[in-house]
Each structure stands twice: as C-alpha cells, then as structure tokens.
Design a protein around this ligand. Structure first.
Ligand code: ZN
Length: 430
C-alpha cells in the first residue's frame, strides 16, 4: 500500500523536481518461483525527487515498511568484508567513548546481532531493535537482547520511561530506510545520555551521483543524504555532528558522529567543515547538480540498450552476472528481459532456479557460463567487478568479453583489461 506524500520528509516543502525516475518496478529482492511465472505481479513507482528548499533526495511516498521487513533476506553476519569493518568500528568506539560494563549500547536495525556481539564479548550491556523477525531471532539465539519492532516515537518513549538511556546509539545503513526521519532523529535525541554519542552510517549521495550509482535506488531506501543535509536534520533536533569519516563500504559511505548540542565537552574536529567544503565544491549545495543526474541516468539506459541491440543484431549472446538488488533495479529500469539477456547467474544457491521479478530473467549457477559460452558477460555488481573477472577469466577461451554498465558502459577483455568505454555519451558501438 502506498501512503501518499508529496512533501519533503524533512522540511515539508512540496516535491517538484525529479532526481531520477526509474519507472514502475516490483519490490527489489523479490524472486519468483517457476510456478509464479503465470501470475501477475505488483509494481510500484520508483521515482526519486530532490527538495528545492533543503536538497534532500527522497522517494515520493513510502511502501508500508511492514511489507518489506517482516522477513528480511539479508543477514549482516554473512558478509565477511562488512564484519571486518564492524569489528574495527567496535574496537575504535569502545576506546574512544571509554565504554565498559556500566555503559549502555543501543543499535537500531541490529539485524542478526552482527555488531552487538562485539560489545557483549566485552561485557558491555547492549540492546538491539530490529523489525525483521527472522533475523532478530538469530540475534536472540546468540544471547543479544533484541526488541522486534520498528524504531519510532513509540519505542523511544517506552525505553525512555523505563529509564533506558544510551552512551552509544548506532545506526548502520538504516536512516535511509526510515519513512519519518524527523521522528527518527528526535528518538536518537531523547534516548541519548547527556554525555552520549551516536554514530550513523549511510550511502553518501555524492558517491551515488558522481559514480552514477542509480541502481542503488530502491523502494526500501526513502532518503539519500549528503553531509550538508543530514547535518541540517541533526541540528534541527538539537544534535551536533562533531566528526565525519568516509568509508568505501556500499559504494562509498559516510559515518557521522553526533552528540547533544548542549554537550560542548566533546570538541568538534575539522572533518565536518572539510566535508561541507568538499560538498560545496562538488556542487551538492545547489539544485542544478541534482537535476543533471536525471539526464545521466537516462543516457546510461540508452547507451546500454544501444550496445545490446547492436550485439543482438550481430547474433551475439549475452549472459548476466549477479541477481542482487542493484541488478534487479538496473534491468527493470532498462527493460532488459530474456530478449537481450539469456539468463543471469548468482553464487547464492537460494536464488538459483528462481527468476528476477519484473523482467523475469532466470537465475542460474555461475557454471552455466562455462557451459553456454556467451560472447558477453554483463557484470551487474560493479563494486566487485575485478573479483568476478578473475573468477570468470576462462571466458577468454572462446573470445568472451565483459560488459560493465556503471559508472559508464565499458568493455573488458577476459583478462580484465578495459578495451572500450563510453566517454562520449550515446556514441557507443558493439
Ligand atoms: Zn526539504
């Protein structure tokens, strides 16, 4: 069910300017069983706007989050690179804030306890809040106290009335998924001890724009933040950002550190000022930057389709690699079905034998590529393209090549050497 909202989630200004319109799409991370192919599917608009007043990039309206989060398929503990990032964080923040057995750590979107386990090992009291029942159960099994609910005013009030206040509140890759961001940040403010700190990580909209990562847009991510915008939001609720770091996770993320504005005992580093300057130089403080992005997105679609059309006219075969959320978004936006892509592959056995929703492309085992010897392999997870090329270098045995569509259409030989890229938009040739 769509709840209608055509006003900015932060400042209430009516939304008038398109940032990216990716058409109508099924919810991402939806995989169809073969017997569902005869049935209809639900499609929802995936139209992202930018607010002309505060420059928050956001989806118009929200799909009721219960629809997305009851059974969440993503278990944070299954990603090794992410766990390393998190373990380093737990070490750093424990010593930075001097956390001990008297402290309280609270995590919003605590998933399967991937992070809180590092604190419980040190006897630091923790509490997780996680709406997806199946992943929360995993955390509870590990002995991590978890409330299975959406974080909002209600929970914040409940904890506050029980006298539960936190020395540290963590929110990793969660703020984008919160429909009411004002309520969320007000909740942070109310649950933080006077001396406490909160750290929030999110995909940096500067990376999204500059690296053309429009395929990371999805129905479950309602807001796309710059530092400048999130700082306004936090300031509005009486929180001051005293530090910010860039991390390479999820295509380029920011981690912000905030405290009560009244608590001047924690000094502000030079990083926030440097980040404000960097964003201004990048153009993020004026609306033109956001309006141009929409054109880049459309050009990417035309370039990819034009390459595939030419390849198909020359009777070349193309297979995909990847069946994750970004693959789903890109292929659905471009309307690429089995007319262009014979199939896609994914190493996750749970997805094999199913179909990507919407465009209904079969998902097979990666070994299928060696059996069918396609002329081109379209690599959809651009963030791990090198790893996939190394894994698939045998496609050189039959003259196969790799296509990478983002940030711009590029062609690589079987050894991973770039042999062509689309530097001039719309002059591509296969
Ligand atoms: Zn606004």
């Amino acid at each position: 069910m769509m709840t209608s909202s055509s006003n900015c989630r932060f400042c209430g200004e009516p939304l008038r300017h398109t940032f990216a319109n990716l058409g109508v799409q099924p919810l991402c991370e939806t995989y169809l069983e073969p017997d569902q192919l005869r049935e209809m599917e639900r499609f929802y608009p995936l139209h992202v706007f930018v607010c002309e007043r505060c420059l928050l990039v956001q989806l118009e309206g929200s799909i009721a989050p219960e629809k997305i989060y009851k059974q969440y398929a993503y278990f944070s503990s299954h990603s090794k690179g992410w766990l390393k990032h998190i373990e380093e964080y737990a070490d750093m923040i424990t010593s930075k804030l001097g956390l001990d057995s008297e402290s309280q750590v609270l995590e919003i979107g605590s998933n399967d306890g991937y992070l809180l386990q590092y604190f419980t090992r040190r006897n630091i009291p923790v509490l997780g809040i996680e709406p997806a029942a199946n992943v929360a159960e995993e955390a509870i099994k590990k002995g991590i106290p978890t409330i299975v609910k959406f974080f909002g005013k209600e929970i914040a009030n409940e904890l506050w009335s029980q006298g539960i206040l936190a020395d540290l509140i963590v929110g990793n890759n969660i703020i984008a998924q919160i429909p009411d961001i004002n309520e969320f940040v007000a909740g942070l403010k109310s649950l933080l001890k006077p001396s406490g700190a909160t750290t929030i990580e999110f995909h940096h909209v500067m990376k999204l724009i500059d690296n053309n990562q429009f395929d990371t847009i999805s129905h479950e991510r309602f807001s796309y933040f710059s530092f400048t915008v999130i700082e306004q939001l936090f300031n509005h609720h009486g929180l001051t950002i005293f530090d910010v770091e860039e991390h390479p996770t999820h295509g380029g993320s920011l981690r912000i550190y905030a405290r009560h504005t009244e608590n001047t005992s924690i000094p502000i580093t030079s990083a926030p000022e440097n980040m404000r300057k960097a964003e201004k130089e990048d153009g993020l403080t004026s609306i033109e930057k956001y309006l141009c992005f929409s054109e880049n997105v459309k050009a990417t679609k035309r370039n990819l389709l034009s390459f595939l059309l030419k390849a198909k006219r020359r009777e070349k075969s193309v297979a995909g690699y990847g069946a994750h959320a970004e693959a789903h978004t890109l292929l659905n936006y471009c309307g690429i079905g089995t007319d262009f892509l014979d199939y896609t592959v994914d190493r996750n056995p749970v997805k094999q034998g199913k179909f990507l929703a919407g465009i209904r492309i079969p998902i097979l085992n990666p070994s299928q590529i060696f059996d069918t010897k396609p002329d081109y392999v379209l690599i959809l997870p651009w963030n791990i393209k090198k790893e996939i090329m190394t894994q698939m270098t045998q496609i050189g045995n039959w003259g196969g090549q790799f296509i990478v569509p983002i940030p711009r259409l590029s062609l690589y030989d079987a050894n991973g050497i770039e042999i062509y890229n689309e530097t001039k938009p719309e002059e591509g040739s296969a």
